[in-house]
Design a protein around this ligand. Structure first.
Ligand code: ACO
Length: 330
């Protein structure tokens, strides 16, 4: 059981330089700026350079989070990375990031696989480990190169995703009620087939035939995922508020997973909160999966949208199908 509070000491984010606009996508597949924007709220997304891996982007975000926290890489003893686009299937991207950052060897390094909910799963894991007193300062990083697993010929998916990374530094505090107030995680595993990459794993190792069929690419039943996303995020938000005897009015800012503006609007309606109580940047980045919440959190802080004493609700859903929420007191 956790006996110490765990607090966010710093945040950082990184977006690759290359901007891919809806107008450019309309030259690649049969789509339009109007379709993409009205269905998803996305205007543009970032695309990593060819030689830029998930770990490289994660390192950039982590360096900014460390600088924000006023800490050095040598003071970290836990690195947890959330990603569905690891540098390689093995080893963990956390190990590449550890090496590139110069984090000492006596550090636990591993990846968490929960797709777009991955950052909240990683945050909960790291906070439990730091809260136990056995670890002291953790880097929790969400980093994605979704451009490497998107089928650029499939207009139903390629318009929705982008690349980027976000990170937070976690530490302990003796002040009760500070930092991570609570989390709620869950999954509807029976619906895993609505959003997956069918090839390349132990079920269907890569073959020439699987590559020709495009089984290495992300597949999604968008309409069904949309319904689940709304239900999963609503339940995750409602449950955590009830658990802590709070109402939506106590929340000064909601930082939701940035998949689709219409999904965010549904959650706002459900919680009876105005949309300006939500941080939204989906128009600039599209869906960056595990990176989306830490990027949004960092931008929200740097824009002055989060002040000391504020209560922030983080809420996500993703492949699995997973969902999660977290309450953070600043
Ligand atoms: N451009 C133009 N037309 C398109 C495009 C496109 N890019 N994509 C699909 N269409 C067409 C379809 O073919 C369909 O045509 P039809 O009616 O002739 O069959 C029509 O547009 C409507 O398609 P729908 O899929 O019904 O459109 P919908 O309004 O549901 O919007 C969308 C699609 C944006 C994908 C929506 O369903 C959605 O956002 N779903 C949730 C997806 C999501 O958030 N996924 C992230 C999961 S997170 C993770 O873990 C990776």
């Amino acid at each position: 059981m956790s006996h110490r509070s765990t607090v966010i000491l710093g945040t950082g984010s990184y977006a690759p330089e290359r901007v891919l606009t809806n107008a450019e996508l309309a030259k690649m597949v049969d789509t339009s700026d109007e379709w993409i924007f009205t269905r998803s709220g996305i205007r543009e997304r970032r695309i990593a350079a060819e030689n830029e891996a998930a770990s490289d982007m994660g390192v950039q975000a982590a360096q900014r989070a460390l600088a924000d926290a006023g800490l050095k890489a040598s003071e970290i003893d836990l690195v947890v990375v959330a990603t569905l686009t690891p540098d390689m299937p093995m080893p963990a991207t956390a190990c590449f990031i550890q090496h590139k950052l110069g984090v000492p060897p006596a550090t636990a390094c591993f990846d968490v696989s929960a797709a777009c909910s991955g950052f909240l799963y990683a945050l909960d894991t790291a906070c439990a480990m730091v809260g136990s007193g056995r670890y002291h300062r953790a880097l929790v990083i969400g980093t994605e190169k979704l451009s490497s697993i998107v089928d650029w010929k499939d207009r139903t998916t390629c318009v929705l995703f982008g690349d980027g990374a976000g990170a937070v530094v976690i530490g302990a505090s003796n002040e009760p009620g500070q930092g991570l107030v609570g989390t709620k995680l869950g999954a509807f595993g029976e619906s895993a087939n609505l959003l997956w990459i069918p090839g390349g794993g132990s079920v269907a190792p890569t073959t020439a035939a699987s590559l020709a069929a495009g089984d290495q690419f992300l597949k999604m039943k968008g309409r069904e995922v949309f319904k689940f996303a709304v239900r999963g995020m609503e339940e995750a938000a409602r449950d955590i508020l009830e658990q802590h005897q709070l109402t939506a009015d106590h929340i000064s800012l909601v930082v939701p997973h940035q998949a689709n503006l219409r999904i965010i609007e549904s959650i706002a309606q459900y919680l009876a909160l105005p949309l300006d109580r939500f941080f939204v940047n989906v128009e600039r980045y599209g869906n960056t999966s595990a990176a989306s919440i830490p990027i949004a959190l960092d931008e929200a802080r740097r824009a002055g949208r989060i002040k000391p004493g504020d209560l922030t609700l983080l809420v996500a859903f993703g492949a699995g199908l997973t969902f999660g929420s977290a309450l953070v007191r600043w």
